[in-house]
Design a protein around this ligand. Structure first.
Ligand SMILES: [Zn+2]
Ligand SMILES: [Zn+2]
Ligand SMILES: [Zn+2]
Length: 153
């Protein structure tokens, strides 16, 4: 008999296995582990944080490669926090290989440094001068997250 948690875990794994196969990636434990952690978090996560949560099961080089592959395949997108550290969050479903469409504002909390994807707040269209080519646009809104705000009286 599977417990409810094990069952839920199984369903989540199936979803991630499907996602990896769709992207023509081999299903490996480090890849599944990263997807489990990132999808279970409301905020973006940095490589050092991931390292801590994965423990000894994944070495640094492997983790680095998993993140690079996921970014390239449009599974994760990278956001830099206020200290310039790269953090990662799950992509919207319309991202694909070499093309990210995570055109939303990111909120960075200046107190706890958490990064939230504000999926409902779209980026404005940027009209560049003639001859320029756009690669990416990023807008960070900085302030206090709901949790930190509630601590300020
Ligand atoms: Zn993306
Ligand atoms: Zn906060
Ligand atoms: Zn995002």
């Amino acid at each position: 008999m599977l417990t409810a948690i094990e069952k839920e875990q199984g369903i989540a794994d199936e979803k991630f296995i499907r996602l990896l196969r769709q992207n023509k990636l081999k299903v490996t434990q480090p890849r599944l582990g990263v997807l489990q952690i990132v999808s279970g978090k409301e905020t973006a996560i940095s490589q050092p944080e991931l390292e801590k949560l994965l423990g000894d099961s994944v070495d640094r080089v492997t983790l680095y490669r998993v993140l690079a592959t996921f970014e390239e395949k449009g599974i994760l997108h990278k956001i830099f926090d206020l200290h310039g550290t790269a953090t990662y969050a799950l992509c919207s479903t319309d991202c694909d290989e070499h093309h990210h469409h995570d055109e939303h504002v990111h909120f960075i909390c200046s107190a706890c440094n958490s990064i939230y994807c504000l999926d409902d707040i779209k980026l404005p269209r940027i009209n560049l001068p003639e001859g320029y080519q756009l690669t990416s646009v990023g807008i960070n809104a900085v302030g206090l997250c709901a949790q930190c705000k509630s601590l300020v009286k």
